[in-house]
Design a protein around this ligand. Structure first.
Ligand code: SF4
Ligand code: SF4
Length: 239
């Protein structure tokens, strides 16, 4: 995004609105740090700029900067998946998609959050070691298409800053301890953004969760808070 310097009067009303802190005012003119901006579009859509000085230059829709917009602007859909935001519904539709089946554990590893963001290349701290171990990353996630066959982020997009991205995959339960330990270790090397991870599990018949004792053995803290997404689909519920 950019500010039309001819229109801006430097009032500073826009400063608190940018979730990345990318807008600055100097010499009574606002400007946008182009490296920090994730092209979320909030400044154009929601800031009541008295001069309507914000505008979207053509390069925002050109590769590779367009990566910022599709991962950051909630009004924009990823072409490959038709999903807005990070381009994946993760496991929120698992009852329909069956991405994570019985006997498997799903991982959703998120890099970046609103107010921090992430360079695309940060995901390599986990994607490279995971691919080395033969883990297949979720193909219906646009982030996967930004990686090469080794899990490395492609050269043309690695320095692009995005709001957040999720690395997704599932492994058989027999490999859970090995891969959870790998992820836990890899997270320690994530220095430039925030890293959070979610697990996709099913309850056993007796109401227990098989992953819990494995996590406890690894010394991984399990927070007690929870969010429940209830889906209506059924096709894969018995698999
Ligand atoms: S709100 Fe508009 S006029 Fe005021 S500083 Fe920001 S861009 Fe300039
Ligand atoms: S597009 Fe988003 S990140 Fe960029 S300046 Fe506007 S509000 Fe900030």
């Amino acid at each position: 995004m950019k500010v039309n310097q001819e229109l801006c009067v430097g009032c500073g009303k826009c400063l608190p609105f940018c979730p990345q802190g990318a807008i600055h005012v100097e010499n009574r003119k606002a400007f946008i740090d182009q490296d920090a901006c994730v092209e979320c579009g909030i400044c154009v859509r929601q800031i009541e700029c008295p001069r309507k000085a914000f505008y979207e230059p053509p390069e925002v829709n050109e590769w590779p900067r367009s990566v910022r917009k599709v991962f950051g602007d909630p009004t924009e859909k990823h072409q490959s998946t038709g999903v807005r935001g990070r381009g994946t519904e993760e496991v929120k539709t698992n009852d329909v998609t069956g991405r994570v089946k019985r006997g498997e554990i799903g991982f959703a590893l998120e890099f970046g959050r609103p107010s921090i963001g992430t360079k695309v290349k940060e995901v390599e701290v986990v994607t490279i070691p995971l691919v080395e171990k033969g883990v297949v990353l979720e193909p219906c996630n646009p982030l996967t298409s930004l990686l090469d066959e080794t899990g490395r982020v492609r050269d043309d997009v690695r320095e692009e800053k995005i709001l957040s991205a999720i690395v997704e995959f599932a492994v058989p339960f027999e490999r859970f301890e090995e891969i959870a330990a790998l992820v836990y270790d890899a997270a320690k090397h994530c220095k430039n953004t925030v890293f959070s991870w979610g697990l996709v599990v099913r309850y056993e018949e007796d109401g227990t969760i098989a992953a819990v004792p494995v996590l406890e053995k690894l010394g991984i803290h399990i927070p007690k808070n929870a969010k429940v997404n209830v889906g209506l689909g059924k096709p894969f519920c018995n698999e």
